[in-house]
Write a protein that binds this ligand. Structure first.
Ligand SMILES: O=C(O)CCC(=O)C(=O)O
Length: 294
């Protein structure tokens, strides 16, 4: 399948962007821990009931249709964007993310069960939900999540939830396996990986060209076509990005966060936390990288 990753077009899968390793929720905890330690992520197939995910998708698309951001005359369930269509900012919009069917998926009992086993104690999730409708030509640049939410637990995890079946040309999550531990990423983890976008006034994406990053530092980029019900779990120092949405259909997904309830919590993302400062960055990533010499 054709795909675009940063500025480069490729046929997925290929040597530069391979397929994620699949895990199952029923795999033994030891196997899952070994995989997480080695790869830095778990692609858990069918962790969530597909019907629940599709119900959340429909509620979100109805919400978008009511705000006239979908192409009129096309089935709402397809999420087609009009030519030159604008998206709908949904990041942190509790009016959408806290609708019952949507919240049911993002705070699903299967996620709490998974993390309570993983942490060996009660889990909590941020109230803030990063809900996305990603339009044509849009993508996410390579980054580590620590720069956005690193003020609390060292055991914070991201869960990326595709809200529908998403082929790679519609903009899927891509992870750089090994970037959380490989020596080639050591200096990046010690500089960029300790940054805080609000405190330091630096933009968050490390690179808009993920393949350049792996060519210089190692790691192995992986993505996959996702099915509704799958999730990807990873820690705060795994480099990740997305492929570009080359289609005319919005890519719906959400990233949510889980951590042990007894750990400190980044106050920006819970209760009435105010999120990012939203001040324009004082420094470009190019300037910061020159200073860090990475
Ligand atoms: O969905 C995307 O495009 C990016 C997701 C992401 O950066 C994350 O889950 O932390």
């Amino acid at each position: 399948m054709r795909a675009r990753f940063g500025p480069r077009d490729l046929d997925f899968p290929d040597a530069q962007l391979g397929t994620m390793r699949a895990s199952r929720p029923a795999d033994s905890p030891q196997l899952l821990r070994e995989r997480m330690a080695c790869d830095g992520y778990l692609w858990l197939r069918d962790l969530l009931p597909r019907a629940d995910v599709l119900a959340a998708r429909h509620v979100i698309l109805d919400h978008m249709a009511a705000r006239e951001v979908l192409s009129p005359g096309e089935p709402v369930t397809e999420g087609v964007m009009p030519p030159g269509g604008r998206g709908l900012p949904m990041n942190g919009n509790r009016g959408i993310s806290h609708l019952a069917q949507v919240l049911k998926v993002m705070e699903h009992e299967a996620l709490f069960r998974f993390f309570e086993t993983w942490f060996g104690e009660t889990a909590l999730t941020f109230h803030f939900k990063w809900l996305r409708a990603v339009g044509n030509e849009a993508y996410t640049g390579a980054h580590m999540d620590h720069v956005y939410m690193g003020r609390g637990s060292a055991r914070l995890h991201t869960v990326w939830i595709p809200l529908g079946d998403i082929p790679v040309d519609q903009g899927t999550l891509a992870v750089c396996a090994g970037s959380h531990r490989l020596a080639g990423f050591g200096r990046i983890r010690d500089t960029y990986g300790r940054m805080d976008v609000d405190r330091d006034g630096v933009e968050g994406w490390f690179s808009r060209d993920p393949l350049d990053l792996s060519a210089r530092h190692g790691g192995s980029w992986r993505s996959t076509p996702f099915r509704a019900g799958d999730v990807v779990v990873f820690g705060m120092h795994l480099m990740h990005a997305s492929t570009t949405n080359l289609t005319q259909r919005f890519r719906l997904s959400c990233d949510v966060r889980y951590q042990p309830a007894s750990d400190p919590v980044d106050p920006r993302w819970v209760r009435d936390g105010k999120g990012h400062s939203n001040l324009p960055p004082e420094k470009t990533m190019e300037q910061a990288r020159a200073e860090w010499q990475v």
